[in-house]
Design a protein around this ligand. Structure first.
Ligand SMILES: [Fe+2]
Ligand SMILES: [Fe+2]
Length: 273
């Protein structure tokens, strides 16, 4: 079912001289978040009881997410041979978990859940496209391109199912906007900050949300260009139910890029780099 396989990548082409040291911590953090996809599939399985089509799609989706983690983890071990992906993942699992035993979405409805999933895939597809464009290291560039293609397909998957539920649940534009923007701003919550902590900091260093999110975001936000944010805003507009290419979307894209750059500057000041 996978669209590509880790073994197909040309791992021998890895070029240590082309690795930007600022990319390694971000790749390490992303690898464990991706591998955690199985937990999300279990959560989605509980939210979508009685919808075998979606549950089967979610299981397949999780297999692809885990492969993203494994590919990034393998690359990070080449870039930093002293680092252990599986050990870091176990540490991450002990520190961060989502509530799996649910019988309804934390977003209030199935449509809401699928909107949140669309936002996550919007974020990941743009992130890996930006990372592929930012890195000169050929193996990471190739991996990020494959992953980004998967993430765009995931967006489409959740978007299509969202429309199926929207026909029944009839969530209005403002409710959709609130859920979408709520999920976008959650990117500064604990998931990525904990991932940064458990994959980059020594065991004995206590977790500090502000320090870790600043360390992660100050690097990750720096990879984005205006063209990546144009795509992000189109995908957000489309999910909410607005025209994906319009004057309003163009303004929003420029405002969002300005905001990201100013947040990145703020995080750089806060980060202990
Ligand atoms: Fe992924
Ligand atoms: Fe994905």
């Amino acid at each position: 079912m996978k669209h590509w396989r880790i073994e197909q990548m040309d791992w021998d082409a890895f070029d240590a001289a082309k690795v930007d040291p600022d990319i390694i911590p971000v790749v390490k953090a992303a690898s464990v978040v991706e591998r955690n996809g199985l937990d999300y599939a279990a959560y989605l399985g509980n939210v979508f009881i009685g919808d075998p089509d979606f549950r089967a799609a979610a299981e397949n989706w999780a297999v692809e997410e885990v492969q993203h983690g494994d590919a990034l983890g393998r690359w990070a071990m080449l870039a930093d041979p002293g680092w252990d992906y599986m050990e870091a993942f176990e540490r991450y699992r002990r520190s961060f978990h989502i509530e799996l035993q649910v019988d309804a979405s934390v977003r209030g409805s199935r449509t809401g859940e699928l909107i949140a999933r669309c936002m996550v895939e919007t974020g990941t597809s743009s992130f890996y496209t930006a990372l592929a464009d930012a890195t000169e290291e050929p193996v990471l560039k190739a991996i990020c391109r494959q992953i980004a293609a998967d993430e765009f397909r995931h967006f489409k998957l959740f978007y299509d199912h969202m429309h199926r539920y929207l026909a029944r649940e009839k969530l209005g534009v403002w409710a959709r906007t609130r859920i979408a923007l709520g999920r976008v701003t959650e990117s500064e919550d604990d998931e990525l900050a904990t991932a940064y902590h458990t994959t980059n900091e020594p065991q004995e260093t206590p977790y500090d949300h502000e320090r870790c999110i600043a360390a992660y975001m100050s690097r990750a936000m720096g990879f984005y260009q205006q063209k990546h944010i144009n795509r992000v805003t189109s995908m957000i507009f489309k999910t909410i139910g607005f025209a994906p290419h319009s004057t309003l979307q163009g303004w929003t894209a420029r405002a969002m890029y300005w905001l990201i750059r100013s947040r990145a500057r703020k995080f750089r000041k806060l980060a202990v780099l």
